[in-house]
Design a protein around this ligand. Structure first.
Ligand code: RP5
Length: 166
């Protein structure tokens, strides 16, 4: 089960937001990958539809609190990433959550089809792991240490794939 809240020891630089507690397990891989790279994050449930005012307030103040990247997961009419991106210039990564009725196609299209001017970097349906990695790649632009860690991660992945073919 996902741990809500933030890493108490350091100020969070990534926010992992989701529209409902029912998204938590799907979003957990994002938190895990950030933890693996020792990047502090905070995890919150905020909904574009059910808590619109709190969501907008959070997004408007995120940059001032030291957040560098926002990951937002939501399902169905998934406006969370879009409404966040509308009120902040921080990079926003959207994770479309697989929905019961339309298998996440609704979530995907709601996120990926943002009109020009307000970008949301949308990953695959349930692609929380890649959202975490993309957040790391953005942060690595300003950190040679993190950049090197990402190179090591890739090399290990390559080795694993090559080993699995013999
Ligand atoms: C969205 O509605 C959430 O992101 C979730 O994926 C979906 C269903 O939410 P619940 O009805 O399970 O709370 O806002």
């Amino acid at each position: 089960m996902i741990i809500l809240g933030s890493d108490k020891s350091t100020n969070p630089v990534v926010a992992i937001l989701m529209g409902s507690a029912s998204d938590a397990d799907t979003m957990e891989p994002a938190r895990q990958i950030l933890k693996e790279f020792d990047v502090p994050c905070e995890v919150k449930i905020l909904s574009a539809h059910r808590t619109p005012e709190q969501t907008i307030e959070y997004a408007k103040t995120a940059k001032g609190r030291g957040i560098k990247v926002i990951i937002a997961g939501a399902g169905g009419a998934a406006h969370l990433a879009g409404i966040i991106a509308a009120v902040t210039t921080l990079p926003v990564i959207g994770v479309p959550i697989k929905s019961k009725s339309l298998n996440g196609i609704d979530s995907l299209l709601s996120m990926v089809q943002m009109p020009a001017g307000i970008p949301v970097a949308t990953v695959a349906i349930d692609g929380a792991s890649n959202a975490g990695l993309l957040a790391l790649a953005i942060l690595a632009l300003g950190s040679s240490d993190l950049s090197e860690k990402l190179d090591v991660y890739r090399r290990k992945m390559q080795e694993k794939v090559l080993k699995s073919s013999v």
